[in-house]
Design a protein around this ligand. Structure first.
Ligand SMILES: [Zn+2]
Length: 211
């Protein structure tokens, strides 16, 4: 897929996230990396209006490369790309069920979600829990960079989710799998669930690898 197709994929994903209720107001931001440039959704604008012409282009130090103003959360996108050189796309959402999980006082940070399905293992696990830091702060960029070095899916305490991918399609799949697994988790809190056994989890890791 050519790079202009990745910009189109970013816009399609942004509009679709808004249409399906994964993003609301002016929350959420998406980016793709091409070499030493990053294209990211602009600040203060609903994802519903995302177009290629409206994307902000910045370099890896955060310097502007066009006249559009980048999302104020761009520092953590740059930190994640720096931590994981294979990443070419990032999705960040304040989607409801992931935010709810991120706010649980009793969250087990070592195992934030039970393993219901093979798809969670294939697309999300290990889910890294990132401590709360003020949105837009350098501290948030630092802790996200640390987590992105070891995981493609991050849960930001009291904030939302971040998913990394080798392309936009992979980042979108991970974000959706995480959000839907959170939804399943809350929908099933009064149910007795059959989880995957250790042997079944090992088999998934053996057959599909770790990502
Ligand atoms: Zn955010």
């Amino acid at each position: 897929m050519g790079f202009s197709s990745e910009l189109e994929a970013l816009c399609d994903a942004a509009v679709s996230f808004h249409a399906r209720g994964y993003a609301f107001g002016s929350t959420g931001n998406l980016s793709v990396r091409a070499g030493d440039h990053v294209f990211i959704t602009p600040t203060g604008q609903s994802l519903r209006h995302t177009t290629v012409e409206a994307l902000a282009e910045i370099d890896l130090a955060g310097g502007a490369r066009n006249e559009n103003k980048a999302s104020k959360e761009f520092p953590f996108h740059l930190a994640a790309y720096a931590a994981q050189p294979a990443a070419r796309a990032i999705v960040h959402l304040h989607s409801t069920w992931s935010v709810l999980l991120s706010c649980l006082d009793t969250l087990d940070e070592a195992a934030p979600l039970p393993v219901f399905t093979p798809y969670y293992l294939m697309r999300v696990a290990p889910l890294a829990v990132v401590p709360y830091c003020r949105p837009g702060s350098e501290n948030l960029a630092t802790v996200i960079g640390e987590a992105a070095a070891r995981s493609n899916c991050l849960l930001l305490r009291n904030h939302g989710l971040v998913a990394l991918g080798r392309n936009m399609s992979e980042a979108v799949d991970r974000a959706e799998e995480l959000e839907e697994t959170c939804r399943l988790y809350f929908a099933s809190r009064n149910e007795t669930l059959r989880l995957l056994t250790a042997e079944q989890r090992d088999e998934i890791e053996r057959v599909f690898g770790s990502k």
